[in-house]
Design a protein. Structure first.
Length: 69
């Protein structure tokens, strides 16, 4: 099967890759976080709440980046 796929035209192989990637992405939405991942999220959320700094507005950051270029 693998060699058959490699013999397909590039356009068809790209379509297959896109279809596979889309199916993986759709399934990942339902994957539960591991205990370690959830603990890390909880720690970061708590640090954010204690800090109280919401950060910079996204549009302001983008404008600054554009000016820097």
């Amino acid at each position: 099967m693998g060699s058959d796929l490699l013999n397909l035209p590039l356009a068809q192989r790209l379509e297959l890759v896109q279809a596979l990637w889309d199916s993986i992405a759709a399934e990942q939405q339902g994957l539960p976080a591991t205990r370690a991942e959830q603990q890390l999220v909880d720690q970061r959320l708590e640090a954010f709440r204690l800090d109280g700094n919401p950060g910079d507005d996204a549009f302001k950051v983008l404008a600054e980046l554009e000016q820097a270029l």
